[in-house]
Design a protein around this ligand. Sequence first.
Ligand SMILES: [Zn+2]
Length: 441
Amino acid sequence: MTDQTKRPEPELGSTLSKRGSNEPRPEQPHIRLSSHPRKGSISAPEIHWGAASAKERGPVIGSQANPPQRNVIGVHSGAYGVYRALAIAAGKLSPVHRPDLTNTFPPVDIPPQPQWLGTERIVSIDPWGHRVAAEFRDEIAAGFDIRPTIAITKARIQLPELQGALAAGRVKADGHVLLENGDTNVVKAAIEPVWYLPGIAQRLNITETQLRRALFDQTGAMFTDLVTRPDRKVFLPPIGGITLYMFGSVENLWKGDHEIACRVHDECNGSDVFGSDICTCRPYLVHGIEECIRSAQRGGSGLIVYNRKEGRALGEVVKFLVYNARKRNPAGDTAAAYFEKTECVAGVQDVRFQDLMPDVFNWLGMKRIDRWVSMSNMKFDAMAAHGIEIKQRIPIPDDMIPRDASVEMDAKKAAGYFTDGTTSAASGDLADTKGRGLDKY
Ligand SMILES: [Zn+2]
């Protein structure tokens, strides 16, 4: 880029004006390292987490459009808040743009549930997040930039495996949930993380100060308000969220008198999207969807909870490094070394913190799941800790396990993952279960 093509550099700490020019705002001539509490008529609305109504709870305001209105640490959109910052820096987005929420309301409502009350059962999402346009209509009209953190819509999904399941007779078309061509009707919801810091600390059995200090230090001092604003209790973390896929009647989920099938699936892009054969993720996800369809067709409902926690929340770079370390292991890619290799690279086997996972079930008012499509004890135990009953655990059928994924499956079974006898147990000697080497691709 030559000097002629470079846009003029704004002063540090300036932001774009309404017209999208680079003129610094006169009221922000310098960088503010921390926000400060304001008193009087321009103070931000208070948040009373766990209050009985949206009005009493108060809106979550993470927009930078009008800083005195803010009442949280961090910004909306999770990790995508960084792209929003880039768009503003590049002059492509006005920093004071406010979303037009006309007609964006959910086609299927999820009404308030008893579990929304209090500060214990939901601490990582805003249960009112899909209803803010209605609940805070007056405040939005008065100029508050209040944004939904949950969006609900309808979709038709087309999975090639479902066509195979139809052909094999594992599922049958009913013209409503599942169509003749394998298309499936669902209601889906996208949920951004909204953390109530005292509640997160309580779940992790640490103090709020320990939590805030670690989040501040270990993100490179990204959010100074974590340590300078103890009065701000809500944090919008820059991480991925949750997507729900619901099959059949959504109301069944909280009514509690119909069969419910469910799989909680943590993201594995390599398998989920690209079909990599090193793990069972996509086959198990598809098996979960088949179970959901069958439960919905029996008059119940199905629920897939898809969490953006790639590679046990260690990320894909760590994951691929572990693959190489496993496949270059002198003894071969063995089930015996499966967890050890993750720990060698990452220092830990898993950082998904399933303790937070049940929040979404409390949001949906659920108390019981009849068919739980998972073998993970961590997920099972987290649900039990919230008093959500799991009637039956459904393992992945042996014939859905890719050959190279037998390393993962045997290692997990040996580590105590659930198995019900319909699937093969881990082989006696874990050193015998080997995946292919790097020279076999
Ligand atoms: Zn996987």
